[in-house]
Design a protein around this ligand. Structure first.
Ligand SMILES: [Zn+2]
Length: 593
């Protein structure tokens, strides 16, 4: 391959330097494909919520006329648990889709809600819903230009005085709810600080300061010595213990104290190294677990393997923060994993409030089910996470652009005095390449950094059909700096192979199978499990599983039993609700029952 390279090698680097978000500038559009469909569907469902239904409980509480039907489930009294997140999600969606009607709907919700408040601004909310209301008001100002949201925010913060005798979470109070029912209090600083940065109101920063979670954050200031384990408390509420990292990130935004970036980076490595399943999901039974094989053992017993939607949202925020601050390509991997194998595997939130919640990876037999009550927490984070997808695909560097994820999309940005566009065409994950086409009125010099993904054994980069790089390096950027002409085309070709990912080091033969960025699920409806000779590292997976044409369906070569064929594999995201599947397999224990 080297012989075909033109003069001047293409460098590969781990960090692009500090990057900027582009998603919420309106510069990124997802084009035709299932992720674009997901954004459109979320806009329909959340934009279509009845104002009267969403506000009914708040109006009743205020003694105001409350026409229309209320919502069910977690929203049966009021929509307090997720109201602020719906506002946030609509404001974000309006920006990324360029749809002012969604922003107007978010404003209507907030103005309708504000009309139910007493003159004091005391919301009467619990801390959990109040924190989300703060988020909604901040995001409405940031993404919908609604400055009155910050005025209302100052008012409700001044009126608030939550009991501060809260506890540091422990195994028997995993969200720190006691003693005055202030669960997840350690997520408060994030949006209060963002509100302070947007408004300059010191009251917000002062209130944020009271809820710092140093007892947990500081555990990530140091990494374990070689051969040692992390000294981090576990058996804590998993999602909110990733979500609280957004609060540590907000402290960094306000103080620029580098210790908070260290905390984020080390917490990222702790989570991905000890808590994460092959999909990127984490938190069996919503718990962080000790690094002693509990992660793998949990697959034998529980089917609430990962709170997938909320969990995805927290990781999207962490990934965005780390990638923009450090420019290190490796911080995209967890978010990418959860995009394809978490968020994209779930049935979208329905207009009646039925929502995805847990992903189920239990051994033997698992399936996708909606949560048993309408409008749960995950209905709040679903719309936020979906709206955030475009923000992950490209980032702006001082000297150009990064292609961070491989999704059909288009981005535009300014190079000097002209607008440059980049169109990405890809059939990923089903195909193993992506094409980037530059659009520019005049030749433009800039650096295009393309991420070399971890799931590709080798990546080949071509410019206008000429190979310029072939590398086994990953988690880094291929750096293409040149004067680009209109119509120049960059193609990335990925070499993907089937691979097995053990759930933890204590269960080397309890594995999930994956291909490229996609985790595969085996058909488990009256189909035999999959096993393979151990040690399985000795064998090529292609001798056990045959790919069906160009699809991501893999049929087992071994026949199973006369009564049950060995189930075939397909992407977890293709499995419909209620159809049995298996994500994890005990390769060394072939069994039917
Ligand atoms: Zn949730």
């Amino acid at each position: 391959m080297q012989n075909h390279l033109p003069a001047g090698p293409v460098p590969v680097e781990a960090s692009a330097g500090p990057l900027r978000d582009l998603g919420y500038t309106g510069a990124v559009q997802l084009t035709a494909g299932p992720l674009a469909d997901r954004l459109g569907h979320a806009a329909q469902v959340y934009g279509g919520l009845s104002l009267d239904s969403v506000l009914k409980g708040f109006r009743e509480r205020a003694g105001l006329p409350a026409p229309g039907d209320g919502l069910k489930g977690w929203s049966r009294e009021t929509t307090e648990p997720t109201f602020g997140q719906w506002v946030s999600g609509l404001a974000r969606l309006s920006r990324v889709l360029g749809d002012p009607a969604l922003a107007a709907r978010a404003v209507d919700l907030v103005e309708g809600y504000a009309a139910t408040l007493p003159a004091s601004g005391a919301t009467g909310m619990g801390i959990y819903g109040w924190e989300k209301l703060v988020c909604g008001l901040v995001d409405l100002a940031a993404y919908a230009g609604y400055g009155d949201g910050l005025t209302l925010l100052s008012k409700i913060v001044q009126a608030e005085d939550f009991d501060e005798s809260r506890r540091v979470p422990t195994g028997n109070d995993f969200g720190g709810a006691g003693p005055a029912f202030t669960p997840e209090w350690y997520t408060l600083p994030e949006n209060l600080y963002q509100g302070y940065l947007a408004s300059g109101d010191e009251v917000l920063a002062e209130y944020a300061r009271r809820w710092h979670y140093d007892a947990y954050w500081d555990r990530f200031l140091t990494r374990p010595e070689r051969g040692q384990r992390w000294d981090v408390p576990v058996w804590l509420h998993a999602y909110s213990h990733v979500n609280t990292l957004a609060s540590a990130g907000a402290v960094y935004d306000v103080t620029h104290d580098p210790r908070y970036l260290t905390i984020l980076a080390n917490a990222h490595d702790f989570m991905t190294g000890t808590q994460v399943y092959a999909t990127g999901g984490y938190g069996p039974m919503e718990l962080t677990v000790p690094d002693d094989g509990t992660l793998g053992r949990a697959l034998e017993w529980r089917n609430d393997t990962a709170e997938i939607v909320c969990g995805t949202w927290a990781v999207f925020k962490l990934g965005s923060k780390l990638i923009t601050e450090t420019g290190e390509a490796r911080y995209l991997r967890w978010a990418e994993n959860l995009l394809w194998n978490g968020l994209h595997t779930v049935t979208p939130v329905q207009p009646n409030g039925l929502s995805p919640y847990y992903s189920d990876y239990r051994l033997g037999w698992a399936r996708k089910l909606p949560y048993w009550e309408e409008w749960p927490c995950c209905s709040g984070t679903y719309v936020q996470a979906v709206a955030h997808i475009p923000d992950l695909v490209y980032h702006a560097a001082d000297d150009g652009i990064t292609v961070s994820l491989f999704v059909p999309s288009r981005v535009q940005w300014q190079e000097g005095d002209q607008t440059v566009t980049l169109e990405q065409r890809t059939g990923l994950p089903e195909t193993s390449q992506t094409e980037l086409r530059i659009g520019t009125g005049r030749p433009a010099e800039f650096t295009l950094r393309a991420r070399l993904p971890e799931w590709s054994d080798h990546t080949t980069v071509e410019v206008n059909g000429e190979p310029v790089l072939r590398t086994a390096q990953s988690g880094q950027w291929a750096v293409l700096r040149r004067e680009w002409q209109d119509g120049d085309t960059v193609r990335l070709r990925f070499d993907c192979a089937l691979r097995a990912e053990p759930v933890d080091s204590f269960h080397p033969s309890r594995v999930a199978l994956a291909f490229g960025p996609v985790v595969l699920a085996q058909d488990a409806s009256w189909a035999a499990p999959f096993s393979a000779p151990v040690p399985w590292e000795m064998d090529e997976w292609e001798s056990f599983l045959k790919r069906k044409g160009d699809s991501l369906v893999f049929d087992a070569v071994t026949p199973g039993t006369a009564r049950m064929a060995t189930g075939s594999f397909r992407p977890l995201y293709e499995v419909p609700e209620n159809v049995p599947y298996r994500v994890y397999h005990d390769l060394d224990r072939p069994r039917i029952i």
